[in-house]
Design a protein around this ligand. Structure first.
Ligand code: AMP
Ligand code: ZN
Length: 116
C-alpha cells in the first residue's frame, strides 16, 4: 500500500517530518514545504496511488473525501468567503513532481487565472 522510496509515503510513515493539518483513517493533510501562497497545504490518501489516471470508479469515494477534507480545511482557516484553489496535477507535463496523488489547497492571496 505504501512505496519505500516515495517522499509522501515517508511522510505517512513519519520517517520525514511534516506539519500535519488534517488526519483521518484514510487521508493526511500537511503544509507544503515550498508554499506558493500564504495557505498552501497538501491532502493525500494513505495509500500510494501514483496519479489520478490510476483512479477508477471504485476510487471515487476516496477522491471525494480528499476534496471534502480540503474544503473543510479551507473553511476552518477562513478562506471560504475570499476564495481558494484546489489543484491536482497529473503527470510531468502538468507539473506533477511527486508521484503520490495530492490535492493542493492554495489561498490567502489573489490567485490569477489561467494559471499558465
Ligand atoms: P506537484 O508539483 O503537484 O507534484 O506538487 C508537489 C508538492 O510537494 C510541491 O508543492 C512541493 O513543494 C511539495 N513537497 C515536496 N516535498 C515535500 C515535503 N517533504 N513536505 C511537504 N511538501 C513537499
Ligand atoms: Zn507514496
Amino acid at each position: 500500500m505504501l512505496d519505500k522510496d516515495c517522499i509522501f509515503c515517508k511522510i505517512l510513515r513519519k520517517e520525514i517530518p511534516s506539519e500535519i493539518v488534517f488526519e483521518d483513517e484514510d487521508l493526511l493533510g500537511f503544509k507544503d514545504a515550498n508554499p506558493q501562497a500564504p495557505v498552501h497545504e497538501l491532502f493525500i490518501p494513505r495509500i500510494h496511488i501514483e496519479t489520478i489516471n490510476d483512479v477508477d470508479r471504485e476510487g471515487a469515494g476516496l477522491l471525494g473525501r480528499l476534496f471534502v477534507a480540503a474544503v473543510e480545511r479551507a473553511k476552518a482557516v477562513g478562506l471560504s468567503e475570499e476564495g481558494y484553489r484546489l489543484v491536482l496535477n497529473c503527470g510531468r507535463g502538468a507539473g506533477q513532481t511527486v508521484f503520490h496523488i495530492h490535492l493542493h489547497l492554495l489561498g490567502g492571496r489573489p490567485l490569477s487565472w489561467p494559471p499558465g
